[in-house]
Design a protein around this ligand. Structure first.
Ligand code: ZN
Ligand code: FE
Length: 257
């Protein structure tokens, strides 16, 4: 299987997984980069996976439906334009010979879902398509959900195997890492990862996919139980060690950062 990040708009990625014949795309906010990639690689579109209802994730559906008869899988708790197959926690999507487990990750939106794929070949690492829930070094804004929901959703993602490739829908990494550095200024792992990401960006290539193990080590939003993060949150208004309050404080601090 091949995994591609198709750049769209300013900083979106539309992820494509293909086997050389058929492709699955995730969150096609724009159909143009998807159609261009399908044509260039001579692939047939076999399925579309949608994580949440925002326009930059669904805006390309009509254009893709006009050319392909591919099923669109979408969160059961959200309304997505056009005919969709609603999926939620516990459901499994089968496409291009692969299985995608649906994980409910509410917070950014009320019905946001993620798709987890564990390849059958043991030489390949698992993949998670997490939309706007987990970003490298950060997380999505809380538009519709509560800090409690988002914290829980991020914990679910953090529990995936450490080698899981994290396919986020935006290239927000460098700005997230500036904030992460403000939270944990003494983290050597964070400094090392930041240097690597800066090199990637100056070479014009994505910092993504990330790795779950890396995110556990450097992403403050996955580290709400770690003493350095708890202490930093206390300096920004948190009054307890409760991970949800630490998370809510970090999220608010980041909004104003
Ligand atoms: Zn969004
Ligand atoms: Fe988005």
């Amino acid at each position: 299987m091949y995994l591609l990040a198709l750049p769209a708009f300013n900083d979106n990625y539309i992820w494509m997984l293909h086997d050389g014949v058929e492709a699955t795309v995730v969150d096609p906010g724009d159909c143009a980069p998807v159609l261009a990639a399908l044509d260039r690689l001579e692939l047939r579109l076999a399925a579309i996976l949608v994580t949440h209802h925002h326009q930059d994730h669904v805006g390309g559906l009509a254009g893709l439906r006009a050319r392909f008869d591919a099923p669109v899988y979408a969160p059961a708790r959200e309304s997505i334009p056009g005919p969709c197959i609603p999926v939620a926690q516990g459901d499994c999507v089968q496409a291009i010979g692969a299985r995608f487990e649906v994980i409910d990750v509410p917070g950014h939106t009320r019905g946001h879902i993620a798709y987890f794929h564990r390849p059958s070949a043991s030489t390949e690492a698992p993949v998670v398509f997490c939309g706007d829930t987990l970003f490298s070094g950060g997380c999505g804004r809380l538009f519709e959900g509560t800090p409690q929901q988002m914290h829980h959703s991020l914990q679910r993602l953090a529990e995936l195997p450490g080698d899981t490739r994290v396919c986020c829908a935006h290239e927000y990494t460098l700005s997230n890492l500036k904030f992460a550095h403000a939270v944990e200024p003494d983290s050597a792992e964070l400094s090392e990862y930041t240097r690597w990401c800066e090199q990637q960006r100056s070479a014009g290539v994505p910092t993504l996919p990330g790795r779950i193990a890396t995110e556990r080590a450097i992403n403050p939003f996955l580290r709400c139980g770690v003493s350095t993060v708890i202490d930093a949150a206390r300096r920004h208004g948190s009054t307890s060690d409760d991970p949800v309050e630490v998370f809510a404080t970090l999220r608010q601090w980041k909004n104003e950062f």
